[in-house]
Design a protein around this ligand. Structure first.
Ligand code: AMP
Ligand code: ZN
Ligand code: FE
Ligand code: FE
Length: 282
């Protein structure tokens, strides 16, 4: 019987979500999920709080979502990672320091425009991983933009005034780091890269050559047909199957925990397969 559901793609206030880890686990238990994975952007800082607050009957998987650059932006999820792993911590520190560098440039520009921004205060308010979604929110609060989408279009999107590029780990580095930390690397939301079948296969093959173990086949907004296509690719390439909503709270208010845009259902059996591979250490 298949009536137990999970959500393996969840952001918290440790990155750009608006719901703190301890509240997300409560929410997950309230809606009857059997497991969630905490997958914040380039940080594991939300995992410990979520795991400590998890009520009986809810498994919390320590995870991450690493942003990489390929021909396009590509996100690699990692599950069951040991966040104390030295190499992983060192690499995430590098990413965070580069983010700080970039964010200070954005703050300088906003400040030069007479906007009262202070980077240290931003970190106190939003946490360690400040990103463009936060700057977008500030644009709304300052009355410059109508909403976050509008702010991305006019202020923080690529080549806009409050945009500044940052540096990324590669796919190879990210997958090696996740595996080195005992985790399972998974290609996130394959349709978000807007690749045709040939280019998507090229990406998957490149990831597999780097040590990829799984692919996210169920995702908010993906149709049954799209998921079926991804499942067939996962089967063809012998990849584990995962799925999740990409919940961000109010920062992506159209996405609900567990059910995504309404129809998402990620079977709990998928996690059992993931856990088995993790525990076997293969
Ligand atoms: P950063 O890593 O700080 O450059 O910010 C990139 C993040 O902004 C991505 O992880 C996306 O989640 C988010 N993002 C990019 N474009 C948009 C958009 N149009 N609306 C909302 N969020 C966006
Ligand atoms: Zn995000
Ligand atoms: Fe992503
Ligand atoms: Fe995500």
């Amino acid at each position: 019987m298949n009536n137990e559901w999970i959500d393996l793609h969840v952001h918290t206030t440790a990155s750009d979500g608006t719901v703190p880890p301890r509240e997300i686990v409560k929410l997950a238990a309230d809606i009857g999920l059997k497991a969630i994975a905490i997958t914040d952007h380039d940080t594991t800082l939300g995992c410990a709080e979520a795991m400590a607050a998890a009520p009986a009957g809810l498994e919390v998987v320590p995870g991450i979502e690493i942003s990489t650059r390929y021909h396009t932006a590509v996100h690699i999820l990692g599950y069951y990672i040991d966040s104390s792993n030295a190499q992983l911590r060192q690499a995430l520190d590098w990413v965070l320091n580069d983010r700080d560098r970039r964010n200070r440039l954005i703050c300088d520009t906003m400040h030069a425009d007479g906007l009262p921004v202070n980077y240290e205060q931003l970190k106190q308010r939003f946490g360690q991983v400040i990103g463009r979604p936060h700057f977008a929110r500030l644009c709304v609060e300052f009355g410059l933009a109508q909403d976050v989408q509008d702010a991305f279009r006019r202020f923080v999107g690529k080549d806009c005034r409050y945009y500044s590029p940052r540096n990324f780990l590669t796919i190879e580095q990210s997958i090696a780091l996740i595996r080195g930390a005992g985790g399972i690397p998974v290609l996130a939301h394959p349709f978000q890269y807007r690749l045709d079948d040939g280019a998507l296969r090229e990406l998957i093959e490149h990831c597999i050559d780097s040590g990829l173990r799984g692919m996210e086949c169920f995702y908010s907004g993906y149709t049954e047909e799209q998921s079926r296509y991804l499942l067939s690719l996962a089967g063809e390439y012998h990849l584990l199957v995962t799925g999740g909503s990409d919940f961000h709270g109010e920062n992506k208010s159209w996405i609900q925990l567990g059910t995504g845009t309404g129809s998402l259902q990620v079977p709990a059996a998928l996690l059992a397969a993931l856990r088995e591979v993790h525990e076997a250490g293969i």
